[in-house]
Design a protein around this ligand. Structure first.
Ligand code: ATP
Ligand code: MG
Length: 713
């Protein structure tokens, strides 16, 4: 790969960002327009052309999975040596490294995984009665305050200014916050925000630490910059130390972490704060079909507020695809079952499981999909591969691999050694369980074998320091060390399975087929969203979900949580649905204008149970995308009969029966007047005119025998 190759796969706007000289660069652009592509290419271009050294670059993003995705893209561009981390992982590494020096030899304090327990204790200490939800909301307020650099004493004023809606009286929240801080100090533990603060403090207060870090990192890149919070911004500025070699990219319309203190204002104001910055805007959407792009534009077009100011209309660049599907089911179980069935169809048609995702608003929604997919024997991965190295079976496998280093003969080829070591844990390569949790565990270990295969197949290692390319040691011991390194960087392998993930954790990622489920008002937007700002954030979440799909997009919800419950309304941000029920007529969700629709009785698909919105689907009595149980022979005889009848009456064929009605007849095989009348488009007149012929054909008659025998004769 040469620098010129790196430029080849870019359009002219992206190229302008990629070749910009050292200094501030800002890409403000919509989803799927190639922002992440532009920054990875900028990094690769600059390091391959020799302008800068890969080891002096720090690329930061917000989720471990997005960091992994970025790393994979950099590796394929020949720039795998670049440090790609989340803010959190970068800070953790820095704090660990400098802890002995800054803490007089003491190790870093233990990091709290969750605030919940200490917050509940703190609340009790200051006589605030908080149940589990209350404690969770308090923890959320504390996290917001700390991420926004707000101290307990400043909380009440800051919360009012930010129009927060505290779960308790602000003065009480501040008291809990203070008590939490002192409890934490007493127990000698720190939370995530403390860790970021320690990283800032290490640099701001210690010239030698600052010098060392700034010598290491000289060029900075931040993806998804619209979701940076004041604490992370402060850390970024500490790293920079007044230097200007910073590239940021983001999309204000994808700001989805404001509730935790993130703000798109750093992105929006970047050009103003850094005069001379190269600013690039991109509108060509390379990710999704024009149908998906049309829906995305329609969703975000309604957005209001600060984030919406910079919104640009996306222009789809890919060939046309199917219209997004929009489905309403009687309840959540029916919805999950239908999603699982559609996944199976996609797999059957050749879409790899890793190219399919089911996205939802809250993690609690995951369970019914896990169950439905397991029943349909579809492999899945929950929440991507974020915590891959913390999975019990992966830890166990790593122990087995380490002990195999000692027990297996040194000359055993790597992949063979890994398979053998894993067999000791009961794993069988040729025996994947059909589905469910067992399959998920099996896939995790299979991913380790794939990793070993890739590792053994690429014996040349990325440049280590300035020493140039190095021949890779492909022993089992070296592979174990590689796994430890990847675990530290949260660099999880891709698992073969349908991804089940929250909309929040899907940011920046893409799949061929995406299901955005649970789209009922109260779930998305969540019933906790009340202020206009909170509702706008929910709208942006839907926008993020919709724009993850390359080709196939499915949107659905169940009218009732469980059967017999209260009917819910569709998500208010779906532009194509008539508000207030299933009277809408259109299934095509792309470029729809709102028009008044006459209400018809609700009919549902006899295959999957979804409410039928499109006229053609109603006629069929099923979704046109659901499998057909058409009687081919009957269909052919019906066609012949229709052609003949139309000719006799000198009318076009569709006047007798439309194609959709013919399909419905051949699928449903009506044998009595009520059954015939149940087919949409057939009323008493057609029953009288053609009923006899249809019943005879259904009973097996040949069209030739029916020539003159109409019902009326
Ligand atoms: P998001 O806002 O969701 O993070 P993004 O702007 O970062 O999206 P990318 O993920 O970089 O977009 O790109 C979206 C897809 O389009 C990727 O598959 C990428 O490889 C492809 N793509 C981007 N630019 C081009 C291009 N110039 N030619 C071909 N494909 C491109
Ligand atoms: Mg991106």
């Amino acid at each position: 790969m040469t620098a010129e190759h790196v430029l080849a796969g870019l359009d002219e706007d992206q190229r302008r960002a990629v070749v910009a000289p050292a200094g501030p660069v800002c890409i403000l652009a919509g989803a799927g327009t190639g922002k992440t592509r532009a920054i990875t290419h900028r990094i690769a271009y600059r390091s391959l052309s020799g302008e800068i050294s890969a080891r002096h670059i720090l690329a930061v993003t917000f989720t471990a999975r997005a960091a992994g995705e970025m790393r994979a893209r950099l590796t394929s561009l020949g720039a795998g040596a670049v440090q790609t981390r989340t803010f959190h992982a970068a800070a953790l590494r820095q704090v660990r490294f400098f802890a002995p020096r800054l803490l007089d030899g003491r190790a870093m304090p233990e990091l709290l995984e969750s605030k919940a327990r200490l917050v509940a204790l703190a609340a009790a200490r200051v006589n605030v009665r908080a149940d589990r939800t209350g404690a969770r909301d308090l923890a959320g307020e504390i996290e917001w305050a700390k991420s926004s650099l707000v101290e307990p004493g400043e909380y009440a004023v800051a919360a009012a200014k930010a129009q927060r809606e505290p779960p308790f009286d602000p003065a009480k929240v501040a008291e809990v916050f203070g008590a939490y801080e002192s409890l934490k100090r007493g127990q000698g533990v720190i939370d995530f925000e403390d860790m970021l603060r320690a990283a800032v403090w290490g640099i701001e207060e210690h010239a030698d630490v600052a010098e060392q870090i700034r010598a290491q990192y000289r060029h900075f890149v931040v993806d998804e910059y619209q979701d940076v919070n004041p604490l992370q911004q402060r850390l970024l500025e500490a790293w920079l130390g007044g230097r200007e070699d910073l590239t940021v990219v983001g999309d204000a319309s994808q700001t989805i972490y404001s509730f935790t203190g993130a703000t798109s204002s750093y992105l929006i104001d970047f050009p103003r704060h850094r005069p001379g910055a190269v600013v690039v805007r991109l509108v060509r959407d390379y990710r999704s079909t024009p149908q998906v792009v049309g829906l995305a534009n329609a969703v975000i077009k309604q957005a209001r507020g600060n984030e919406a100011r910079l919104r640009l209309e996306l222009v789809g660049q890919r060939p046309a695809g199917a219209e997004p599907e929009l489905k309403i089911f009687p309840d959540e179980v029916a919805e999950a079952t239908a999603v699982a069935r559609r996944c199976r169809e996609l797999l059957g048609a050749g879409t790899p499981a890793s190219e399919i995702a089911v996205l939802f608003r809250t993690n609690a929604q995951s369970e019914s999909y896990e169950k439905a997919l397991a029943e349909a024997e579809v492999p899945y991965v929950v929440r991507g591969a974020e915590r891959f190295f913390e999975r019990a079976e992966v830890r166990q496998a790593m122990v087995a691999l380490r002990s195999a280093v000692r027990s297996l003969p040194g000359e055993t080829p790597l992949v063979e050694a890994v398979v053998e070591a894993l067999s000791a844990t009961g794993w069988r390569r040729d025996q994947p369980p059909p589905g469910g949790h067992a399959r998920e565990q099996w896939e995790a270990l299979a991913a380790l074998v794939t990793l070993a295969e890739e590792y053994a197949a690429s014996p040349v290692l990325e440049p280590l320091g300035e020493a140039g390319a190095v021949q890779r040691d492909i022993s089992l011991a070296a592979f174990c060390a590689e796994l430890v390194r990847r675990a530290e960087q949260q660099h999880a392998p891709t698992l073969a399975g349908v991804t089940l993930a929250s909309l929040h954790s899907a940011k920046g990622l893409e799949w061929d087929a995406v299901f955005v489920v649970g789209l009922s008002d109260g779930t998305l937007p969540t019933m906790y969203a009340k202020t206009p700002e909170q509702l706008e954030e929910e709208r942006r979440l839907l926008y993020v979900g919709v724009t993850r799909a390359r080709q196939t997009l499915w949107l659905s919800y169940g009218q009732m949580r469980a059967s017999g419950g209260r009917a819910r309304r569709p998500c208010r941000f779906l532009p194509q649905l008539e508000r207030g029920g299933s009277g809408g007529e259109r299934a095509g969700a792309g470029t729809t204008s709102r028009k008044s629709v006459t209400r018809r009785p609700v009919s549902s698909c006899r295959v999957c149970g979804a409410t039928l919105l499109a006229g053609a689907d109603r006629k069929l009595g099923r979704c046109s995308t659901c499998p057909s149980d058409l009687d081919e022979d009957l269909y052919e005889r019906l066609r012949t009969w229709r052609a003949r009848t139309a000719a006799e009456q000198s009318v076009p064929a569709y006047v007798v029966f439309t194609d959709a009605t013919l399909v419905a007849l051949a699928e449903r095989r009506p044998s009595s007047p009520p059954e015939l009348l149940a087919i949409a488009g057939i009323g008493p007149r057609k029953l009288g005119q053609y009923g006899g012929a249809v019943f005879a054909l259904v009973a097996g008659a040949d069209p030739d025998d029916l020539a003159e025998k109409n019902w009326e004769n």
